[in-house]
Design a protein around this ligand. Structure first.
Ligand SMILES: NC(=O)c1ccc[n+]([C@@H]2O[C@H](COP(=O)([O-])OP(=O)(O)OC[C@H]3O[C@@H](n4cnc5c(N)ncnc54)[C@H](OP(=O)(O)O)[C@@H]3O)[C@@H](O)[C@H]2O)c1
Length: 338
């Protein structure tokens, strides 16, 4: 029986373990993918810290993103997949609707065996051809954050060419994709960060301007800079929540929308009067449907985009990779070489 290395979470809050596991043969409709690269998402850090539902589950392999080659398919699997370089659609059991997932849908990696491993056995329906011409590490960096950013901007945010977008926390993995995708779609993007250096980098990457989210009253000030005394942003994509929502609502134009996908800084503090007088739409989003994933891959390929990769670590150094994410010093995706 072939085996593979895997980074296992035994219990949230405790150190990770590098173990060798038997590779599970594919059942009906499943495939075995030999993984070459995986990537980090903030979810993995929450899991490691024990701050995410499910992180108390029995020993399980972390990781939602990966690139690899299909080694075998089980019965009812399409043999044509064997040998192909693939990325994995990271939402399991999402269901058929593009509007919202079925109850019981899951994100790949705890409680299902994830991608920080030499191999994963997974339904064939999760396989997509990797974008042609991309490096393996670029392909591995794309799925979860790319999917989340694409759905947040387009299906949930309705972003159109010429609109003015605000992206908070531009150093983050999802935020970096949002900036690239928005620019490629012809929108005007503005950003916030906790770091002047990251604001400079974002401007070099095409953002029109930005503000420190630590500055008092940054929301109204940035809206003034972007649009003059009247108006504001059409859309904001946020994953921080917390007190930042006061500034975001100040920055949005009347009728604008806040699409949020995380709560890094805790529950969003909604400025109720500002939000209802300005008729602001506040919409949650998470991951995306299979159609969203296919659309995102097509978009990234046709626009010839490439993920921003912050750094690469060996699989055995997964703890070091998580420590870098915990510091918040990254810009873009942190990748694991397997
Ligand atoms: N709903 C979903 O499907 C989904 C998918 C992916 C991620 N998420 C969630 O989204 C969040 C980001 O995930 P990620 O993987 O992109 O994380 P990440 O790469 O670790 O990025 C986190 C970023 O948060 C920013 N940040 C920290 N404090 C902030 C504040 N007060 N205001 C605004 N931004 C702040 C930082 O930006 P600077 O470095 O620029 O300061 C940091 O780079 C996490 O909460 C994650 O759980 C949700």
């Amino acid at each position: 029986m072939p085996s593979h290395p895997a980074i296992r979470l035994h219990k949230g809050g405790q150190p990770l373990h590098l173990e060798h596991l038997e590779t599970r043969p594919p059942g009906p409709g499943e495939a075995v993918v030999r993984l070459r690269y995986a990537a980090l998402n903030h979810r993995d850090l929450w899991m490691r810290q024990g701050a995410y539902g499910g992180s108390g589950a029995a020993p399980c392999t972390l990781g939602s993103d990966g690139f690899g080659f299909v080694e075998a398919v089980g019965s009812k699997g399409d043999e044509a997949w064997v040998g192909r370089g693939v990325v994995l659609y990271p939402a399991l059991a999402w269901g058929a609707s593009d509007r919202a997932p079925d109850p019981g849908w899951r994100i790949l990696g705890v409680p299902d065996e994830g991608t920080w491993a030499g191999a994963v056995t997974i339904p064939v329906s999760q396989l997509f051809d990797a974008p042609p011409g991309w490096k393996p590490e670029e392909a591995a960096a794309l799925p979860l954050a790319g999917l989340t950013a694409h759905r947040a901007l387009f299906r949930r945010g309705g972003l159109a060419a010429g609109q003015r977008l605000l992206i908070t926390g531009i150093g983050g993995g999802v935020a970096q994709f949002a900036l690239q995708f928005a620019r490629a779609a012809g929108a005007e993007a503005w950003v916030t960060s906790g770091s002047e250096d990251k604001l400079r980098e974002a401007k070099a990457a095409g953002a029109r301007g930005g503000a420190l989210y630590t500055a008092e009253g940054w929301g109204a000030a940035l809206a003034r800079e972007a649009t003059g005394e009247k108006g504001g942003f059409d859309l904001c994509i946020d994953s921080a929540g917390g007190a930042g929502w006061k500034d975001i609502c100040a920055a949005l134009k009347p009728g604008g929308a806040l699409v949020y996908l995380g709560a890094t800084r805790g529950p969003g503090e909604i400025p109720m009067r500002d939000a209802f007088f300005k008729q602001i739409d506040i919409r949650g989003t998470a991951m995306g449907s299979r159609n969203d994933f296919a659309d995102m891959l097509t978009f990234a390929t046709e626009k010839n985009l490439r993920p921003v990769i912050d750094s690469t670590f060996d699989l055995a150094d997964a703890e070091k990779a998580l420590a870098r994410m915990n510091e918040g010093s990254q810009t873009g995706k942190i990748v694991l070489r397997i």
